[in-house]
Design a protein around this ligand. Structure first.
Ligand code: DGT
Ligand code: CA
Ligand code: CA
Ligand code: ZN
Length: 584
């Protein structure tokens, strides 16, 4: 956020706050001032530099009292009255107001009755069907609000991989069942497992192109048809995303799949390299240029698979997840690609919430779902007491939970539940539970849920202090970003990485689709630094264990191998690893 965006946001929040308090005129005045700042940007600061408060007042939409606040903002970087307002009413008005139809009075109600402070809290309240309990709201307002939230999340145009991938897979399965079809593959950003995707790109080979196109445009998921051709069709799906299908001849399937997998930069680099080796490469195939007569046509090299293309070019095949047009082509040429962690390698989940706090199921039901998803252990990591609005655990309830876990473990076969926590990190880096309580747990995760906007230096210090506690095993969702909703918190990642290495703290790859945190580049840095990682779902419901492959994809995108990921170990190996760590 730039300085001017920050100022516009503050003025906008004042406007909403005044409206909640029913002050006449003021809301509109602040709104106008906020719009002025958004429009004028640095012109406003230039005016202030030249003529101070008086010059500000000459600008459209700015009167005396607002000019004074802007003056204070430019002089000190903050506005005292705003800080006070935010303390009394600690609500992310700006974030919530982005939802269509959610006005000042609604936001006030959400806080008054449900302590909803931000989009995350709102999502939770919707999931728990709490909205209908607010006086005068009812079920209708609840579903309207749910639609509004969805709409806002989708308005960026890009959608979460975790949301779209299951649909893409369903469509593939439907098309594979069409008579004559030989192969159907998802290409594009989905095949590369990018965290957000623009559309769904499908390729198929078939004996009967007309039949597969007919089937495609009449799929039950289709809302409307943009284009229907012999070899290419494009539709809009009901979930609000476009989907393209191309039918290609068998003998160029490799080249076409390679081309439409991308990414674009990878393709450009590969094509240049092919040229230097006497080939041309395009979506239509790999061709060998002849040295003889100029008129001689380049000769098509039949490549039914991608591997044949890369092999012909004298290199290994980089897995789609790492095709980003950086150093993967060079590594493939030198036959130095890492052995990326295979899907299905994760054996246990080290971040799981239950109905002791904000999860929706019992420990037993979560354990059964994890086992059904192919895992052999999980750590129960409910939130801690400073998250009072979700009933975070104090030392006493944590001990009680431990007893329940001991009893449950006696009845489970082939599955182990570990005692853990997602212990909140306070603003000063201290932890939310006593060391005595933490020392009794198998697995201690720590994470940040407040004071997101500390200065870079303060945030770095806070995190390193938390990681230096010898009871800490893992740093959960380390950047706190929520895709489309919250920017990552600002700190020196290299310093935190060095601290994680020094204190032997594991960093988490949180698979939850809007978190995807750490991301691919953080993972790559961690792998390089020799810091151990864990892949966790952050499950709050039994169906969330299916997110594991999304985290494995992030690990692959970050060039991680199996040995870089702690929870590819068995429960026994994991406990031995943790015991050894604590001895030091
Ligand atoms: P998206 O849809 O924005 O999430 O990202 P992609 O990568 O799926 O991009 P999309 O759908 O525009 O195109 C699919 C693939 O087709 C892309 O990854 C690479 C290939 N491609 C598309 N346009 C070009 C191009 O102009 N040049 C090259 N070399 N490749 C292209
Ligand atoms: Ca695409
Ligand atoms: Ca596309
Ligand atoms: Zn958390």
């Amino acid at each position: 956020m730039t300085k001017y965006e920050e100022l516009a946001k503050i003025l906008f929040e004042f406007s909403y706050r005044e409206a909640m308090l029913d002050t006449p005129f003021k809301p509109r005045a602040y709104e106008l001032a906020s719009e002025s700042v958004s429009a004028l940007k640095d012109d406003i600061e230039t005016a202030w530099r030249k003529g101070g408060i008086k010059a500000l007042k000459d600008l459209p939409g700015i009167g005396q009292s607002i000019a004074e606040k802007i003056d204070e903002f430019f002089r000190t970087g903050k506005i005292k009255e705003y800080e006070k307002m935010h303390k009394d009413f600690p609500v992310d008005i700006w974030g919530l107001s982005r939802i269509e139809g959610l006005g000042p009075k609604h936001i006030a109600d959400l806080y008054k009755y449900l302590k909803v402070k931000n989009l995350e809290g709102l999502e939770w309240a919707l999931e728990q069907h709490k909205i209908r309990s607010i006086p005068r709201w009812g079920e209708k307002s609840e579903s309207k609000l749910a639609r509004g939230l969805k709409l806002m999340q989708h308005s960026s145009g890009r959608r979460l991989l975790g949301e779209i991938l299951p649909f893409a897979e369903k469509i593939v399965a439907k098309l594979e069942a069409v008579k004559g079809v030989k192969r159907v593959t998802v290409a594009g950003s989905i095949r590369r497992r990018q965290e957000t995707v623009g559309d769904i790109d499908l390729l198929a080979t078939t004996a009967d192109p007309k039949k597969v196109m007919d089937a495609f445009v009449s799929l039950p998921f289709v809302e409307s048809v943009h284009e229907r051709g012999k070899t290419r069709s494009s539709v809009r799906l009901k979930i609000g995303i476009d989907c393209d299908l191309r039918v290609v001849p068998d003998q160029v399937y490799g080249a076409t799949l390679q081309y439409f997998t991308g990414d674009k930069r990878h393709n450009v680099l590969l094509r240049e390299y092919a040229l230097s080796k006497g080939f041309t490469l395009s979506e239509y195939g790999l061709f060998k240029r002849s040295h003889g007569a100029r008129s001689a046509k380049p000769k098509l090299i039949v490549c039914k698979t991608e591997e044949e293309i890369y092999t012909r070019l004298g290199m290994n095949t980089p897995p789609p997840e790492i095709r980003v047009g950086a150093d993967e082509i060079e590594a493939a040429q030198k036959h130095k690609l890492p052995d990326l962690i295979p899907y299905g390698s994760v054996r246990g989940d080290l971040q799981v919430q239950t109905n002791w706090t904000d999860g929706n199921s019992t420990i037993e039901d979560m354990a059964k779902a994890a086992q059904a998803a192919g895992l052999s252990y999980m750590a129960v990591t409910d939130h801690t007491k400073s998250l009072a609005f979700i009933n975070g655990l104090d030392e006493k309830r944590l001990a009680k939970q431990g007893k329940e876990i001991d009893a449950l473990n006696k009845s489970l076969k082939g599955f182990t539940v570990l005692k853990g926590t997602e212990c909140d990190i306070h603003k000063d880096g201290k932890l939310d539970l006593s060391n005595e309580a933490l020392a009794k747990l198998d697995w201690v995760g720590v994470s940040i849920h407040s004071s997101f906007s500390l200065s870079r230096a303060e945030q770095t210090k806070r995190i390193i202090k938390a990681l230096s506690n010898p009871n800490v095993d893992c740093f959960f969702h380390p950047t706190c970003r929520l895709i489309g909703k919250r920017e990552p918190i600002d700190y020196d990642f290299d310093e935190v990485l060095a601290a994680a290495k020094k204190f032997r703290v594991v960093l988490e790859i949180d698979c939850y689709p809007d978190r995807s945190d750490l991301n691919d580049s953080h993972v790559r840095a961690a792998v390089k630094a020799g810091v151990m990682l864990a892949i966790d779902t952050d499950a709050h419901a039994p169906e969330h264990f299916r997110f594991i492959p999304l985290g494995e994809a992030i690990a692959r995108r970050g060039w991680a191998t199996k040995k870089d990921i702690l929870n590819t170990k068995s429960a026994k190996q994991l406990l031995a690893f943790l015991a050894k760590k604590r001895q030091r």
